[in-house]
Design a protein. Structure first.
Length: 82
């Protein structure tokens, strides 16, 4: 009888990137040229982005995250830090 191979854990960096990717999809998921194309389409008015809410400052990040995780408001949640 052969021993059962042990499952190896993913490296710390891989685990953190998997977690971050699952929680917050980012533009890093797209190749740079595709992202640039999307930004040009938005700027030219050919692509419309639904904005669910605009949150101003770090003090409203909690509100933004709560709304985002509730899943009841479709669209992008924008946090303005300036």
């Amino acid at each position: 009888m052969r021993p059962v191979p042990r499952r190896r854990r993913a490296s710390r960096s891989l685990r953190s990137s998997m977690t971050a990717r699952a929680v917050v999809p980012a533009a890093a998921d797209l190749p740079a040229d595709v992202f640039a194309h999307q930004l040009r389409a938005i700027a030219d008015g050919r692509l419309h982005v639904a904005v669910a809410g605009v949150y101003r400052g770090l003090e409203q990040v909690r509100d933004a995250r709560t709304e985002l995780e509730s899943g009841t408001t479709p669209g992008k949640h924008v946090v303005v830090l300036a």
